[in-house]
Design a protein around this ligand. Structure first.
Ligand code: FAD
Length: 316
């Protein structure tokens, strides 16, 4: 059994999710007494490629000419790099979902998404995965020769485990069926899917001009901002902030929900948060059942007080 990781990059850099996948692979490689090979697509400089060695990648194969958002092209590159009996590791990002399912069908490889546990027995490959919008945990056994695991973001630690790394750059090109015409990047903002803390708000805030306090609280905490679906549907906040069943699924260490009722479709995207704090005027709001901590109160009174307290804490 050998281990291959798809090392996804964003704007030429590897982010937290990718490092989690490399650390996961490194830990698993000791169980199987094998090496970790990472494959990456898109333009990434050598220092960044070498950085994967700090987390346990023995080899990094880079394809600078492959468009990383072309799932079909990336899947065929990974297929090329797969060996006879292999475990392929992804972080469960939007792109990975497309790529992993393509490879799974091409190679007749078992695919487990939203993985939240390590493999503990090399002769019986079983993992736990989140299912039913994180309301249940399933244990799944891999039977196929090639297995694919897509890891739930924020579920595994990043471990510095430096090894000597061999870098190989392959200038292969694949005629892409898509052309990227432009990119609209939220520069300077903390990425929602990677944030350790998320401050989120819903219709309870009444109007878009009331988001100042949400942004201020997020800034003090070093958090990303999110919102419920209706809030982005009516244009109070950008769609990129919408979390839930039809939006982004996130798993921060702390999720603060302000003026959000906690409908099942919203919870579907935030249930994996480690700690959830809810601020709502209605003690019967369903979110309180899912919350770890609840504040029954008016957001317009509670949030400014929280901001003041966090500022005091920081100043001292
Ligand atoms: C197919 C489908 C998919 C969906 N997907 C999603 C999804 O991905 N994400 C999502 O979020 N929703 C989704 N929804 C919508 C979901 O069902 C809810 O309607 C939505 O989450 C409600 O948003 P909300 O909590 O902001 O608003 P509301 O339900 O209007 O709740 C507002 C809350 O604010 C509280 N409040 C009011 N004033 C204050 C105040 N001053 N201070 C504090 N609290 C206050 C109220 O008590 C209330 O609980 C989906 C629905 C469907 C049918």
């Amino acid at each position: 059994m050998s281990i291959l990781v798809y090392a996804e990059s964003w704007e030429g850099k590897f982010r937290k999710n990718t490092l989690e996948a490399i650390s996961y692979a490194k830990k698993t490689s000791s169980l199987f007494q094998t090496d970790v090979k990472a494959v990456t697509c898109g333009i990434i400089d050598n220092n960044e490629l070498e950085r994967l060695g700090e987390f346990g990648a023995n080899k990094v194969v880079s394809y600078p000419n492959i468009i990383k958002s072309d799932g079909k092209a990336v899947a065929s590159i990974l297929q090329q790099e797969v060996e006879e009996s292999q475990l392929i590791i992804f972080s469960n990002t939007f792109n990975a979902k497309i790529i992993a399912s393509r490879i799974s069908s091409k190679l007749k490889a078992g695919l487990v998404t939203n993985v939240i546990s390590y493999i503990t027995n090399s002769s019986d490959i079983c993992v736990k995965k989140q299912s039913f919008s994180s309301k249940a945990i399933e244990t799944v056994r891999l039977k196929s020769k090639i297995g694919i695991l897509s890891l739930s973001p924020n579920a595994f630690e990043i471990k510095n485990d430096s090894v000597d790394v061999v870098i190989e750059v392959k200038d292969q090109k694949i005629d892409s069926e898509i052309i990227i015409l432009g990119k609209d990047i939220n520069k300077g903002k903390i990425s929602l899917s990677e944030a350790e803390i998320v401050v989120s708000a819903g219709r309870g805030l009444k109007a878009p001009e009331n988001w100042g306090m949400v942004e201020e609280l997020a800034e003090i905490l070093g958090a990303a901002t999110a919102c419920s679906k209706p809030v982005s549907d009516i244009g109070w906040r950008p769609h990129s902030e919408h979390v839930g069943q039809t939006g982004k699924a996130i798993a921060p260490n702390l999720y603060i929900a302000i003026g959000i009722s906690g409908a099942i479709q919203h919870l579907a995207g935030v249930n994996s948060s480690k700690v959830m704090v809810v601020i709502n005027t209605d003690p019967e709001a369903p979110f309180f059942k899912a919350a770890d901590y609840g504040i029954i109160g008016d957001a317009f009174e509670v949030v400014p007080k929280l901001i003041e307290e966090f500022k005091n804490l920081k100043d001292n």
